[in-house]
Design a protein around this ligand. Structure first.
Ligand SMILES: Cc1cc2nc3c(=O)[nH]c(=O)nc-3n(C[C@H](O)[C@H](O)[C@H](O)COP(=O)(O)O)c2cc1C
Length: 347
């Protein structure tokens, strides 16, 4: 048993959102102490250049843990090579009624139907501006629940204009299962026009601020291989810079019969690992060599991270695995990925 497993046992006695708040309060405090440098020393330096950005290591924090961008320093303090915050929507919204987050410890999984609860773009940007850490930062944008899906592009454009000046990269999240019809934006007829509008706006913003900010699209695991291949083609045609695969799944494979398994929402953690890896493989086969893929879904160990990289991911992100395994996971993964790279360059 490591130290984190005792802490987790305490946390798991609390309602999940209470545990989440308490953990951030503690992490915010820890980020101001020498504990931070200590945590970072455990993480292996393994710099890579992806999407024109230098990442100090290849393990990132996935979107959704820090929806308001209010804990960026605390997350960077843990040694993540990059931190993605959001999803932010143009206007503040409360999300779905509670309970909306469920633990399935026997499967090391979570089910959530948070519904993009967040304080809105203005508050988000104020937090981003107030951060002290200069680590790599991804800003993840979405649409308000009450914006009609036909007008989704307006929300994404508002988000892009707002976050562009402060982001190392911007994520367009069209794959949450908890906003009605959102995933329909991945379908061919809607996907290309959305990306085309975003690319045009990005080019205007890149010129205005005299820096190129990469755009990454985050997709779902619940897509057929044909749909993933279609997405890959459009990503290239529309000049996107990266893809994040994947979000949570609406499937319930691997959790049948467990408490909370029938709750509505997106399932994450170990049960989504394989589906996410399959999507990454399909993307890698369909995309030109070197097109950046960020692999996420069920990364809860060095082995799971290596699986994503061998399937074709350039970087990995963690969320649910981090909840179950704690911050030691970052050091474990960074070491394994650095070793793998050292071995493959030796061969
Ligand atoms: C409680 C919770 C909230 C999430 N919120 C977001 C979000 O706001 N935006 C987003 O792009 N992904 C969100 N995600 C998805 C994660 O970023 C990640 O893609 C997914 O959980 C799969 O990774 P994992 O198995 O490591 O958790 C959320 C996941 C969880 C568990």
């Amino acid at each position: 048993m490591n130290l984190y497993s005792y802490f987790r046992a305490l946390l798991f006695r609390l309602e999940p959102e209470t545990a989440h708040r308490l953990t951030f309060q503690l992490l915010d405090l820890a980020a101001r102490t020498p504990w931070c440098a200590q945590a970072q020393r455990q993480v292996v330096e393994d710099p890579v250049d992806i999407m024109g950005i230098r990442f100090p290591n290849r393990v990132g924090m996935a979107a959704g843990l820090d929806k308001n961008g209010a804990h960026i320093d605390a997350l960077h303090c843990l040694g993540f090579g990059f931190v993605e915050v959001g999803t932010v929507t143009p206007r503040a919204q409360p999300g779905n009624p509670r309970p909306r987050l469920f633990r399935l410890p026997d499967a090391e999984a979570l089910i959530n139907r948070m519904g993009f609860n967040n304080d809105g773009l203005d508050s988000f940007l104020a937090h981003v501006l107030a951060r002290r850490s200069r680590g790599v930062l991804g800003l993840n944008t979405g649409k308000n629940f009450d914006t009609p899906i036909e007008r989704a592009v307006d929300d994404y454009l508002i988000g892009l204009r707002g976050v562009h000046p402060y982001a190392d990269y911007v994520t367009i999240n069209i794959s949450s299962p908890n906003t009605k019809n959102l995933r329909a934006l991945q379908a061919a007829d809607q996907f290309a026009p959305l990306l085309s509008a975003l690319r045009k706006e990005k080019e205007i913003l890149d010129r205005r601020y005299e820096r190129s900010v990469p755009l990454a699209i985050k997709i779902a695991p619940d897509l057929t291989p044909e749909a993933v291949a279609d997405i890959a083609r459009v990503l290239v045609e529309e000049g996107m810079d990266g893809v994040i695969a994947t979000n949570t799944t609406t499937a319930r494979l691997g959790v049948e019969g467990l408490p909370f398994a029938d709750e509505m929402g997106g399932l994450s953690g170990r049960p989504v690992r394989e589906a996410a890896t399959r999507v990454i493989e399909t993307l890698r086969a369909a995309l030109p060599a070197g097109f950046p893929i960020i692999g996420v879904g069920g990364v809860d160990s060095a082995a799971a991270a290596l699986e994503k990289v061998r399937a074709g991911a350039d970087l990995v992100q963690v969320y649910t695995g981090f909840i179950y395994q704690g911050p030691g996971l970052i050091a474990d993964i960074s070491r394994a990925l650095a070793d793998e790279r050292a071995q493959s360059t030796r061969v």
